[in-house]
Design a protein around this ligand. Structure first.
Ligand SMILES: [Zn+2]
Length: 166
């Protein structure tokens, strides 16, 4: 029997509640139909749980499943995949100014930069296609995980943000 009491991945509170248990085969089937993408390699259990943190309100999946470059390349074929964050970018822009060194995790094509003022911008992204587009616009975007990047860049940024990543 799997343990359902899971700490919040954002605030680490133990006050989390199970909302829903989802069969990973059903998820894989939807991705196959809608995006022609095989996501089975990202799941290591037959089910994942959607949890709600009663402390900070974050809803998150556990265990976590992260995609890779090939997966995000495929999703990009969807018109609008990277555009849907527009409202979030506008909200985030209120908190970022032209004196800030900004890091964005999972930055896609770096569209956030259209909405913010910043001193420096660095993006991390796994999709090679998105990196080519972003660097073509003169943005500094690299194929690196946050785990690796953080080791080399401790205390470097004023703002670290991510959208639709957790
Ligand atoms: Zn929380």
């Amino acid at each position: 029997m799997e343990k359902l009491s899971t700490n919040c991945i954002l605030c680490e509170s133990i006050s989390t509640k199970l909302i829903e248990t989802i069969n990973t085969r059903a998820i894989a089937s939807l991705y196959r139909k809608r995006a022609n993408a095989d996501v089975t390699r990202f799941f290591f259990s037959p089910e994942i749980n959607l949890m709600n943190c009663e402390n900070c309100g974050l809803k998150f999946y556990t265990p976590q499943a992260a995609g890779d470059g090939e997966f995000y390349n495929k999703l990009q074929n969807y018109k609008g995949y990277y555009l849907k964050e527009k409202a979030e970018f506008q909200e985030a822009s209120k908190y970022i100014s032209n004196t800030d060194d900004v890091l964005e995790i999972g930055c896609g094509e770096g569209l956030l930069t259209n909405y913010i003022s910043y001193k420096t911008y660095t993006g991390l992204e796994f999709s090679d296609k998105a990196i080519i587009t972003a660097t073509g616009k003169g943005l500094k975007v690299t194929n690196e995980s946050i785990e690796v990047h953080a080791i080399k860049n401790a205390n470097k940024y004023d703002v670290v943000c991510y959208f639709q990543v957790l």
